[in-house]
Design a binder for this molecule. Structure first.
Ligand code: SF4
Length: 232
């Protein structure tokens, strides 16, 4: 599947100077079963809040050349942050081909579930699915204990890899203001692709003349072929 590949190319080109942490060399940061409440008085700083730009999006590919288990970071790391910062978390998943049956649908559902259900300790995440943003409040205790994006990223990678069909996981963290602002528009584009794909897998009629998703199909290479091919 290549539906997200142009956004992946753009994202990776923008993050060309990122620090890279191969996942095999990382220990995951501990996680809790459910969201942990961190009060403002316990917080060291917030990411993506207080008027700072923020973005969150997930991209999927079947191209191994775009994949690999690693964490990438552009901007200051958690131990070096002293004040609220801009923030983006971008996930690139290499998967098996998404089939047009229940298994394909289930894979998308599970990938979306992980997006909102990783709870690193001392790292309270609030994701807004409507504004495509993510805010994180980091506790002073977690900073003292040595929390880092590399270890938080490894926690995400391990949970994504439990989803059947996910082969590799790249997690990009951005705290660089210019980069967050530059890549932020991709969050809506990626969401449009995911929603259109879900509708297609749901059995949407192939009637382009009356389809509200035409704008997405006009823009995203391979989407129309996927739907019309599915009908055949
Ligand atoms: S190919 Fe695109 S525009 Fe045509 S019916 Fe399918 S989703 Fe709608």
């Amino acid at each position: 599947m290549k539906l997200y590949d142009s956004i992946i190319h753009e994202t990776m080109a923008a993050a060309g100077n990122a620090k890279r942490f191969p996942a095999a060399s990382l220990a995951p940061w501990p996680a809790t079963e459910s969201s942990e409440l961190i009060m403002q008085r316990q917080a060291a700083f917030e990411l993506g809040g207080s008027g700072n730009p923020s973005a969150n999006y997930t991209l999927v590919t079947t191209d191994p050349a775009l994949a690999g288990d690693e964490v990438l970071l552009c901007g200051p790391d958690l131990p070096n942050i002293r004040a609220d910062m801009p923030f983006a978390r971008i996930v690139i998943l290499e998967t098996e081909e998404i089939s047009e049956d229940d298994a394909g649908h289930d894979m998308i559902r599970q990938m979306e579930f992980v997006r909102y259900h990783v709870f690193p300790k001392g790292y309270m995440v609030r994701v807004s699915s409507t504004s495509f943003e993510e805010q994180v409040r980091v506790s002073r205790d977690a900073v003292k204990q040595g929390i880092s994006f590399a270890r938080v990223g490894k926690t995400y990678i391990e949970l994504y890899k439990k989803v059947p069909g996910v082969k590799s996981v790249k997690i990009l963290f951005l705290t660089d203001r210019a980069l967050v602002e530059r890549l932020k528009p991709n969050a809506k584009k990626a969401d449009d692709i995911t929603k259109t794909l879900s509708h297609i897998l749901d059995g949407l009629p192939t009637d382009c003349g009356h389809c509200q998703l035409k704008a997405v199909c006009d823009e995203v290479e391979g989407m129309r072929e996927m739907h019309l091919g599915k009908k055949k």
